[in-house]
Write a protein that binds this ligand. Structure first.
Ligand code: ADP
Length: 249
């Protein structure tokens, strides 16, 4: 079987929670270099699918393949090392540290520096340069010295994305990057996702359909834990089943 062009693949994924099937035979392919949005009503199983794809949950059955290699039995950090990283939740940001210190800590995590218990000074300096570059990339260059606790909601999401970039992901999973944001924040996140998607594959869960319309090359629509439709955004958008189930307003 050839995996050319496929970054991430789910094969017949099933996840049961005490008899409740949250993920029901989900198969999908995320193409290398695309921005792929996973959409669907509340309770459709989007978060569960994300957790399965990133190794935070083990499937009841089925498989996850990353660049052609099976990863569903690996632990999350092992999957990170193979090139997949998800945006961290707010709780992974240290509020009493500065923005730059947060990125530095993430750069020194065991997944990034697997064989070093301590960090030589020269290495620390190069980490500093990497941190500054990442902060620049996520639009926090001028905010580097601020305490993470003092960031706005939108800036915290930018920092979370910066923290996941420290792991050099080839595939980046973003869980509702625009949640709780006003239109200005949403516009900033759209620009940011475009920026981080350069040379990367991005998978995002997103409720805001105008964000999906702006960003997504392809989308997968979930309903009751199963794939209702998957494909080019423009095609799926006009699929009568999708319009009936979700988009019909
Ligand atoms: P979405 O992200 O699309 O809103 P979720 O993946 O969070 O959907 O949830 C899908 C379904 O699975 C929901 O009905 C939810 O109640 C259920 N579910 C999710 N996680 C668990 C869990 N740990 N235990 C039991 N049920 C769960």
């Amino acid at each position: 079987v050839s995996h050319a062009g496929v970054a991430l693949e789910a094969r017949h994924l099933v996840k049961d929670f005490r008899g409740f099937r949250a993920t029901n035979d989900v198969s999908l392919q995320i193409h290398e270099g695309e921005i792929h949005a996973i959409i669907g009503p509340n309770g459709a199983g989007k978060t569960t699918l994300f957790n399965l794809l990133s190794g935070f949950l083990r499937p009841t059955s089925g498989e996850v393949h990353l660049f052609g290699q099976r990863v569903d039995q690996l632990r999350p950090f092992e999957i990170v090392r193979r090139g997949l990283s998800r945006s961290f939740q707010i709780s992974s940001v240290f509020p009493s540290m500065t923005v730059r210190q947060n990125v530095l800590v993430a750069l020194q995590s065991p997944t990034t520096l697997p064989h070093q218990f301590w960090t030589p000074l020269a290495r620390l300096e190069s980490l500093g340069e990497q941190a500054d570059q990442i902060l620049e990339d996520v639009g926090l260059g001028t905010a580097h010295a601020r305490l993470a606790a003092d960031l706005s909601h939108g800036e915290k999401r930018q920092l979370e994305i910066g923290i996941s970039l420290t792991q050099h992901p080839k595939v980046l999973l973003l869980d509702e990057p625009t949640s709780g944001m006003g239109s200005e924040g949403v516009a900033r996140v759209i620009a940011l996702v475009r920026q981080v998607a350069r040379g990367r594959t991005v998978v995002l869960v997103e409720h805001n359909m105008s964000v999906v319309a702006e960003l997504a090359d392809r989308i997968t629509v979930l309903q009751y834990g199963a794939v209702l439709a998957s494909g080019q955004y423009e095609e799926v958008r006009h699929d009568p089943r999708v319009i009936e189930a979700y988009l019909g307003e």
